[in-house]
Design a protein around this ligand. Structure first.
Ligand code: ATP
Length: 432
């Protein structure tokens, strides 16, 4: 019996006969030869069936294989310079596991709605597979950074009683005892509690926002990584974000060369990100840059996509925009001691037009100031526990949230974040 092999590591078996278990992605054939593009989940390889070298039935079987038929293929591995993976398979046997008729996604062009309706199949395509592979490596790279730097992963709840930031954008459900419950739109407040117990923590989980956004950067379900750190202040918070982003990109460049090639990502801008210091500008400076570039943009508003694009094109690197007006940011952000009207927080904007991928800040740790904020916002007792964190052993602390899908969209250089997750949940789509 032939050794079972995987395409990703097929180089170990040069000149040996192996068994591949996979699917026929597509094929080309003439009267004398059939080229089978075989996939096995770990990669794609070309299998060659030459009429003169194989029994007649095998050649006929190869020629008749339809797209996405599942097959077990035996063959001899050959080094082949012209192959994108460096190897080809000289096929000696094919067993059909399950024949496929009329696979809906053919090599011709399809509209995006059609592809999204068939997302459960679309993910088999080389490009979509590569993106999901890169997603897995982005996650691995991020975890690796946190694990190497003394962070502990903590999992905050997904069902929450209400939100201190308001519940208008939250998915509501009824809890088992009849109370209103909401799907988490951020674990941050809980992560602050975790940081006081474990020092440096991060969460990594799904996040739900019921907002009716129809942009290429918003989904209603996405994944967020939320680190929170005791005794870390604003400047160090940004340094940690920069180190995380650099580490993650380097990890992907080192571990996904095939996938980046498969999606035709120009890696030069990513290499630049790994090697250069990220600029930091204040919100006020950002507004000035926008105005100088002809935008009619008043101080005190949040940036829209064109503004973020303008700013990132200006720097051509990820850029921190810090010290935002307090009144357009969340209640828990620490005011700047030098100017109370702005906060010690920053958004990190990704280059090449991608815009905000991280929102972070130093959090208010002073009990009296937090009590004032509670009074201003009229919080009820469901948030007493959060205030208590300021009562018992409060320390300066900071944290941030980095959106996984926006980070992947940037690293992959793709237009819409819906392609960065297996099954996207967007405004008009809950299928498949
Ligand atoms: P935006 O202003 O772009 O809607 P936000 O200010 O609401 O984002 P935060 O609440 O700070 O974002 O969330 C932290 C990070 O989570 C963002 O920087 C982004 O990477 C990601 N994120 C936020 N909302 C979404 C969404 N709807 N879909 C995908 N990712 C998101």
């Amino acid at each position: 019996m032939s050794t079972k092999a995987k395409i990703a590591t097929i180089g170990q078996y040069v000149d040996q006969e192996v068994l591949l278990e996979g699917w026929l992605w597509n094929k080309r054939s003439s009267g004398k030869i059939a080229f089978l593009n075989i996939r096995d989940g770990s990669g794609f390889i070309q299998g060659v069936v030459a009429k003169e070298d194989v029994p007649e039935e095998l050649f006929a079987l190869a020629k008749g294989l339809s797209q996405e038929t599942s097959i077990r293929v035996t063959g001899k591995v050959r080094a082949e310079e012209r192959s994108p993976i460096g190897y080809e398979l000289t096929v000696t046997g094919i067993e059909v596991v399950s024949r496929t008729e009329d696979y809906p996604i053919t090599p011709k062009e399809h509209g995006v709605d059609f592809l999204l309706d068939h997302r459960h199949l679309w993910i088999r395509s080389p490009r979509q597979r590569a993106i999901l592979k890169i997603r897995a490596e982005v996650i691995k790279g991020m975890r690796d950074f946190f694990d190497k730097n003394g962070f502990t992963q903590v999992d905050p709840p997904i069902l929450t009683p209400s939100s201190a930031e308001g519940t208008t954008n939250m998915f509501q459900t009824e809890y088992v005892n009849g109370e209103n419950a909401y799907l988490s739109q951020s674990g941050q407040l809980y992560m602050e509690a975790a940081a006081m117990a474990l020092g440096k923590v991060y969460s990594f989980g799904p996040t739900f926002r019921a907002e009716k956004s129809k942009t290429r950067k918003h989904m209603n379900e996405f994944w967020m990584i939320e680190p929170e750190m005791a005794y870390v202040e604003h400047a160090e918070n940004m340094q940690i974000q920069e180190a995380l982003v650099k580490h993650t990109i380097k990890h992907v460049l080192d571990n996904c060369p095939q996938e980046l090639k498969a999606i035709q990502r120009d890696t030069a801008p990513l290499e630049r990100v790994v090697n250069e210091k990220f600029p930091i500008i204040t919100y006020a400076e950002a507004v000035k840059i926008l105005q100088e570039k002809g935008h009619d943009f008043p101080y005190g508003e949040d940036f829209g996509a064109p503004h973020e694009t303008e700013l990132t094109n200006h720097f051509d690197l990820p850029v921190f925009v810090e010290k935002w007006p307090a009144n357009i940011k969340a209640f828990y952000m620490q005011p700047d001691p030098e100017d109370n009207s702005v906060i010690l927080g920053a958004d990190l904007l990704a280059p090449e037009g991608y815009g905000e991928i991280v929102g972070g800040s130093q959090r208010i740790h002073d009990y009296e100031l937090m009590k004032e904020r509670y009074a201003e916002h009229g919080f009820d007792e469901s948030y007493n526990w959060y205030l208590e964190l300021r009562q018992y052993g409060s320390v300066p602390h900071s944290g941030f949230g980095i959106g996984l899908e926006r980070t992947i969209a940037w690293i992959c250089g793709i237009d819409h974040i819906r392609e960065t997750i297996m099954i996207p949940r967007t405004l008009y789509r809950l299928y498949p």
